[in-house]
Design a protein around this ligand. Structure first.
Ligand code: COA
Length: 434
């Protein structure tokens, strides 16, 4: 059978494909905007015949109907990163969170920790050799599909064909054709605070540097200050629309990268159709599995890599909590520590944590004497490098506890400085002014 016959042979209705899921199975979904929503919706339609199906997923960017109250008997979501549509279920004990570094997730699926019964993947149309591309979600999705006993693929012509990944039709068990629009993430609104932070972060970036960008308004604000730079590169776990404009302007050329020169490298993408069209059949873009992109030892080989991520709180020792609000799991570690560690080991690398100095409309300082009770340390005090707020830059590598506390108080919101200074003087038995 040639691959075209094989393709035709494997096409089934969505009802039939999903009917192969059994009670007690573990299903892994494509990550973030890569989720095949047609498959998800059908799974939920078949809820009544299913019990204790575990749905392993990282950021759910769709509506996550399997997390709704009433679904507990049928589905249990195991979040590897908590997102907007799954947060309430985790908070209310109807879903779980598993702490894990992003680059280690493929190993959870392959080393027996989380054996995969079924992979629900969404892929591009096949190429002339019979390979479909994982498009905008390769990350843990490709390794999960390789490890799964059963692979159900939604083939969608709207999924861009990206290089650096793929699955041959012979490795797919059932194909469901559905050309629904991909989930999109509109560009964030950038306010004055983000702009100031962006300007400070941009001052740490030089011509020829390679960037890892986290998600949200701050990375986009940083990009808006890079228009005059030359020969920047991208090696990131994800990127969004902001990168496309700088690529078109010739600011990002990837020519100075010490690995994968000439290529944008990432493991997933979240943006609008503009981004998805940019990467489609673009030989300058490599979308690879996360155990390559985020491996700190790979990142460490990239000279002058600058990682830019955010946090919920930073304490006076430089520990970040980037994922919890008190004892509530708000997000996850994602790739933060992967890149902080990799960038710190890289020649000329810098690891930046950039965040507004306050939260809750200015009522709460994000620079705090102690992390909130019950919260986790995401980036440790031994790993922390730069912290940036709208009030400046604190360079913490190699600083004493006293020096770093002072540097962090200098970039706190002035309204919170008096209480932080009182804490400093109590802790270090010396005057802050000295
Ligand atoms: N105390 C209480 N609430 C806080 C807070 C604090 N110290 N800091 C933030 N918040 C609240 C905000 O008020 C906001 O609440 P709202 O949703 O009700 O408005 C919410 O938390 C999110 O804050 P915001 O500043 O808008 O977050 P963000 O979208 O910029 O994301 C992180 C910031 C830290 C949550 C996010 O970057 C993250 O999850 N990082 C860890 C993973 C990571 O870095 N991955 C690598 C790249 S993808």
């Amino acid at each position: 059978m040639n691959w075209k016959e094989e393709y035709a042979d494997k096409i089934v209705s969505v009802q039939e494909a999903v009917s192969h899921v059994q009670s007690g199975n573990r299903i892994v979904f494509s990550h973030a905007c890569g989720e095949g929503q047609y498959l998800t919706d059908e799974l939920v339609n078949q809820a009544e015949r299913l019990e204790n199906v575990e749905i392993v997923h990282m950021v759910a960017m769709g509506t996550a109907p399997y997390c709704q109250p009433g679904m507990e008997k049928h589905f249990r979501h195991n979040a590897l990163f908590v997102g907007g549509s799954t947060r309430k279920a985790v908070e209310e004990g109807r879903a779980d969170y598993t702490p894990c570094f992003f680059h280690e997730i493929p190993r959870l699926f392959t080393d027996g920790c989380l054996p995969v019964d079924v992979a629900f993947i969404q892929v591009s149309l096949p190429d002339e050799r019979g390979y479909c591309s994982f498009g905008i979600s390769v990350d843990y999705t490709q390794p999960a599909a390789q490890a799964a006993k059963l692979v159900i693929a939604q083939v969608n012509k709207n999924m861009p064909y990206t290089y650096g990944n793929g699955i041959h039709l012979k490795d797919i068990d059932f194909i469901v054709e559905k050309d629904e629009p991909l989930i999109e993430l509109p560009p964030p609104k950038i306010g004055e605070t983000e702009r100031k932070i962006g300007e400070y972060v941009a001052s740490l970036i030089h011509d020829g540097d390679t960037l890892q960008l986290g998600i949200g308004a701050i990375p986009d604000a940083v990009l808006s200050f890079l228009g005059e730079k030359k020969n920047l590169g991208i090696h990131s776990e994800m990127f969004s629309d902001g990168v496309v404009d700088l690529a078109r302007k010739g600011v990002i050329t990837n020519t100075k990268k010490t690995i994968n020169p000439g290529k944008f490298v990432s493991c997933f993408l979240m943006g609008t159709r503009k981004l998805y069209d940019f990467v489609d059949h673009n030989e300058d873009v490599l979308i690879e599995a996360v155990d390559y992109t985020n491996d700190p030892f790979v990142v460490a080989k990239i000279d002058n890599i600058i990682s830019i991520n955010s946090a919920i709180q930073v304490d006076l020792m430089g520990q970040t909590n980037s994922e919890m609000i008190g004892n509530r799991q708000f997000s996850g570690v994602g790739g933060q520590v992967d890149f902080v560690r990799g960038a710190s080991r890289a020649k000329g690398g810098k690891a930046i944590i950039a965040m507004p100095a306050t939260a809750a409309k200015g009522k709460i300082s994000k620079i705090v004497p102690l992390l909130d009770e019950g919260s986790a340390v995401t980036t440790s005090r031994n790993d922390i490098d730069y912290v940036v707020t709208e009030f400046g830059i604190a360079s913490l590598k190699g600083t004493t506890l006293r020096q770093r506390a002072k540097a962090l108080i200098e970039i706190a919101d002035p309204r919170f400085k008096p209480s932080l200074i009182t804490e400093f003087e109590k802790r270090f038995h010396c005057s802050y002014a000295k």
